[in-house]
Design a protein around this ligand. Structure first.
Ligand SMILES: NC(=O)c1ccc[n+]([C@@H]2O[C@H](COP(=O)([O-])OP(=O)(O)OC[C@H]3O[C@@H](n4cnc5c(N)ncnc54)[C@H](O)[C@@H]3O)[C@@H](O)[C@H]2O)c1
Length: 275
C-alpha cells in the first residue's frame, strides 16, 4: 500500500489517477492533492464522482505542509516549473522521494543546486522520469564514459505552440510547412519553452548537460503526433531514437506517453521488480 502525494491537478494528474485505478491491485492507503485554491472544489468533485475507489482516504489542500504532514511515500510533481521552485524543495528536504515531471525547471542552475541540497539534507531522492521519450537509460549510462555529443529535435503540431513565445514571432495558423521556431542549447529551449521543452531538459540531465545538448524545436502544421528525435554520438556507442507520441487528450503540448512513465516510477517504487 502506498501513500501518494500529487502537486498539481491538470491533464497529467487526472490521467495518472485513471491509470492507477485501472492498474493498482489495492487502493492507495492515502492520496493528498496539493492544488491551487481556485481548483480545490473541482478536484474534490472529480475525486468523489470519478475516482471513488482510488484511495482509502484523501485530502485536498493548498498548503504544502499538509501534503508533507500526510507522510506520503512518494510525491509526484505534475504542475509546472513554478511548482518545482515553490514546493519541491520543501518536500525533498522533509525526506520524501519526489518525481518531478517539469524537468525543464532544472535548467535554472541555482534552483537545480537548491533541489540537490534539499534531497541530500532530507536523505530523499529526486526522481526524473523518462517522460515523453525513451532511451534515457542508455544515455545516462554513457554519461559515465563522457565525450557525448547529443542533439535533439522536437516536432509538434502548430496548435501545441499556441501561447508560447513562438506565437508572438510566427503566425502559427498561417504556416504551411515545418518551421523551426527555436535552435540553440537545451538550457535556452527549457527556459524559453517551459511547457514544450521538458524532453530536451531530460535528455540534457541524463547526458551531456544543458549547455552542450543541442535542441531544435519545430512547428509542423501537418504533424499528428509529438515527434521527439535525438542522436547520441560517443566513442562507446551511437544511436538515434525517434518517437511519435500522440498528444494527450487534455493538453496538446503533453504527449500521452508521459503519464505512463510516471506510472512506471510508481510501479518501481511499490512492485517486487524494478525495470
Ligand atoms: N517530462 C516530460 O516529458 C513532460 C511532458 C509533458 C509535460 N511535462 C510537464 O508537466 C507539466 C504538467 O503537464 P499537464 O499536461 O498536466 O499540464 P496542465 O496544464 O494540464 O496541468 C497543470 C496543472 O498544474 C496546476 N499548477 C500549476 N502551477 C501550480 C502550482 N504552483 N501549484 C499547484 N498547482 C499548480 C495548474 O493549475 C494545472 O491544473 C507541464 O507543465 C510540463 O512542464 C513534462
Amino acid at each position: 500500500m502506498i501513500r501518494l502525494g500529487l502537486i498539481g491537478f491538470g491533464n497529467i494528474a487526472a490521467s495518472l489517477l485513471e491509470l492507477l485505478s485501472e492498474n493498482l491491485d489495492k487502493e492507495l492507503e492515502h492520496l493528498t492533492i496539493f492544488c491551487k485554491p481556485e481548483y480545490c472544489s473541482q478536484v474534490e468533485q472529480k475525486l468523489q464522482n470519478e475516482y471513488t475507489n482510488i484511495a482509502l482516504d484523501f485530502c485536498i489542500t493548498t498548503n504544502i505542509d499538509d501534503l508533507i504532514n500526510s507522510k506520503p511515500n512518494l510525491v509526484v510533481e505534475c504542475a509546472g516549473h513554478n511548482a518545482v521552485e515553490e514546493n519541491v524543495i520543501d518536500v525533498l528536504s522533509s525526506g520524501i522521494d519526489t518525481v518531478v515531471i517539469s524537468v525543464g525547471a532544472l535548467s535554472d542552475t541555482s534552483l537545480a543546486e537548491s533541489i540537490n541540497q534539499a534531497a541530500i539534507q532530507g536523505n530523499a531522492r529526486l526522481i526524473l522520469p523518462a517522460g515523453a521519450i525513451g532511451g534515457i537509460d542508455l544515455l545516462a549510462s554513457l554519461k559515465k564514459f563522457g565525450d557525448l555529443e547529443v542533439s535533439y529535435r522536437g516536432i509538434k503540431p502548430s496548435s501545441a505552440w499556441a501561447g508560447t513565445s513562438a506565437a508572438s514571432n510566427i503566425d502559427l495558423n498561417a504556416i504551411s510547412e515545418p518551421t523551426t521556431i527555436f535552435s540553440g542549447s537545451a538550457r535556452e529551449a527549457a527556459q524559453k519553452y517551459p511547457k514544450n521543452a521538458n524532453v530536451a531538459a531530460t535528455i540534457a540531465m541524463a547526458g551531456a548537460g544543458f549547455d552542450k545538448t543541442k535542441a531544435e524545436l519545430i512547428a509542423d502544421p501537418n504533424a499528428t503526433a509529438n515527434i521527439h528525435e535525438y542522436t547520441v554520438n560517443c566513442p562507446l556507442a551511437s544511436y538515434t531514437i525517434r518517437i511519435e507520441g500522440k498528444p494527450s487528450k487534455g493538453n496538446a503540448k503533453t504527449s500521452a506517453t508521459t503519464v505512463y512513465s510516471i506510472m512506471r516510477e510508481i510501479s518501481n517504487c511499490i512492485g517486487p521488480i524494478v525495470i
